[in-house]
Design a protein around this ligand. Structure first.
Ligand code: R5P
Length: 300
């Protein structure tokens, strides 16, 4: 069975990399947008009996979800044996509980909807906090890959004497893992979130940082407020110029501009979401995940 790979709009570069790494055949989707904003997806290639992997990073998920559902339906109608989803970024994972009475737990509802529409899923560093494993919310094989190695390789290569700074307690899980691989110290800060853009990050302890270069590391940069406030603390403390490293470059609205204005020497992200700050390639990690899931593996 040949592995076929198809990109949803905006995912062509990652799909091409994965096709090359996996020796898979890249196929095109025809996507027609009607004047009333309905979408029609067609697969113009014969895919009968083949495994198809759709590549769709799920930042800005609301406008991406229905085309993805239709692409999967088109693949099934056209005879694909199985349809998988490579979602380098998996949305809605931060809405992992009912924070207020009457709310949806969007992470669970979204995972259930995806599970009804694809046969397997792989993603990179989903925000697993109150939900501990993708297996708890997905009804299909779902594999969470971790970008710790490519992040650690980049930091080791580019930054002399780093100290990693996790801007909140949730970040301990990935910051500690990257620090272990780099062989450098790390600290995590305390953050209080009062609203979408209203947060307070406590300043780090200057003596812990000393003459090292602070590398602020987080999984998601959305409004950029968390990183920007951490950077402002470091700048005020006159540490070495801080570097910001994020896994998922959402950068909502003017987040990138306001984060760079806070004073980091660099802002660097992985290419789970295409953005000018992308410097760390996770395609080899995703290719490894596809090989593993196709051979029957899955992990939290
Ligand atoms: C939250 O818990 C995440 O780990 C990130 O710290 C958060 O999503 C960053 O959000 P923002 O960029 O909007 O401050």
């Amino acid at each position: 069975m040949t592995l076929l790979i198809a990109a949803l709009p905006g995912n062509d570069a990652m799909a091409a990399k994965l096709a090359a790494l996996l020796n898979a055949q890249l196929i095109a989707l025809e996507i027609h947008q009607f004047p009333d904003e309905e979408t029609l997806v067609r697969i113009p290639t014969s895919i009968v009996g083949h495994e198809l992997a759709l590549v769709c990073s799920l930042d800005r998920p609301n406008r991406k979800f229905l085309p993805l559902v239709f692409a999967s339906a088109a693949a099934k109608n056209t005879g694909a044996a199985r349809v998988g989803l490579i979602a380098p970024y998996l949305a809605y994972m931060r809405q992992d509980t009912q924070f207020h009475p009457g709310e949806a737990v969007s992470a669970k509802a979204f995972a259930a909807a995806l599970s009804r529409n694809v046969d397997w899923l792989i993603t990179v560093d989903p925000h697993l906090h109150r939900i501990h494993s993708l297996a708890d919310i997905f009804g299909i094989p779902a594999q969470a890959l971790h970008a710790a190695l490519p992040l650690a390789e980049w930091i080791s290569r580019e930054i002399a004497d780093p100290i990693l700074i996790g801007p909140d307690e949730e970040s301990t899980q990935w910051v500690s893992e990257v620090a272990k691989r780099v062989g450098c110290p790390f600290v995590t800060l305390r953050k209080v979130r009062r609203g979408d853009t209203d947060i307070d990050v406590a300043p780090p302890d200057a003596s812990a940082i000393g003459a090292r270069t602070p590398v602020v590391l987080d999984d998601i940069i959305s409004t950029g407020k968390t990183m920007a406030q951490t950077v402002r603390h470091l700048v005020a403390m006159q540490t070495r110029p801080p570097v910001c490293v994020g896994v998922h470059a959402i950068f909502a609205a003017d987040a990138y501009r306001s984060l760079t204005a806070a004073g980091p020497s660099r802002v660097v992200t992985t290419n789970t979401i295409t953005h000018p700050s992308n410097r760390i390639d996770v395609a080899p990690l995703l290719a490894h995940g596809v090989r593993s899931i196709l051979s029957g593996g899955s992990n939290p």
